[in-house]
Design a protein around this ligand. Structure first.
Ligand code: SF4
Length: 181
């Protein structure tokens, strides 16, 4: 049986965390709570927000993927010591910022591993995109079948290009280049 090395495990950790949150997030399953509700609104009084954030923290407390969500929030750099404006992973933004400050070294290594993983994914997708774009459509099977094969190829190329664009934009935004750079 193939066993994953600890380095490989570190490099796939973010995808595992993300998949867990997507599959089990309590907040996503509560139809009445949209993602915007997890942030303090512009002009929302602190008293109203604190009452609301206590309710959000209560939802997190019962969430089956609390630990995964909290780890992602820490890796994403969510929260700020100086402003009380969000709840994620069972913590307020200020609690997340304090927790991150206590484990800077571990999180820096985790984020570096996440970004390496992302880079490899980008390279793989770019190779797949190139292969798909230059592939000759199958000439067998008549015009209708060829047209269908061509349409499927075009769809695949568009999907791969969108994935590549999304990853590139995220990397550029993180490094301060802006989405359009
Ligand atoms: S821990 Fe809270 S914010 Fe995270 S997925 Fe669960 S309910 Fe949503």
């Amino acid at each position: 049986m193939h066993r994953m090395t600890s380095t490989q495990a570190r490099h796939t950790r973010r995808a595992v965390l993300q998949a867990a949150v997507e599959a089990g997030a309590a907040c996503a399953q509560l139809g009445s709570l949209d993602p915007g509700e997890w942030f303090r609104e512009d002009g929302e009084g602190i008293g109203v927000w604190r009452t609301r954030s206590r309710e959000l923290l209560r939802v997190c407390k019962g969430c089956p993927v609390l630990n995964a969500c909290q780890e992602l929030a820490l890796r994403d750099g969510d929260g700020d010591q100086s402003s009380d404006e969000l709840v994620r992973g069972g913590m307020t933004g200020q609690q997340l910022a304090r927790s991150r400050a206590r484990q800077t070294k571990r999180l820096a290594a985790a984020v570096a591993a996440d970004q390496d993983t992302e880079w490899r994914e980008l390279v793989d997708l770019t190779v797949q995109l190139h292969r798909e774009a230059i592939k000759n459509p199958d000439k067998a099977g008549g015009q209708r079948r060829q047209a269908m094969a061509q349409a499927a190829q075009n769809t695949r190329v568009r999907e791969l290009a969108a994935q590549v664009r999304q990853i590139r934009s995220a990397r550029r935004t993180r490094t301060g280049w802006g989405v359009a750079a």
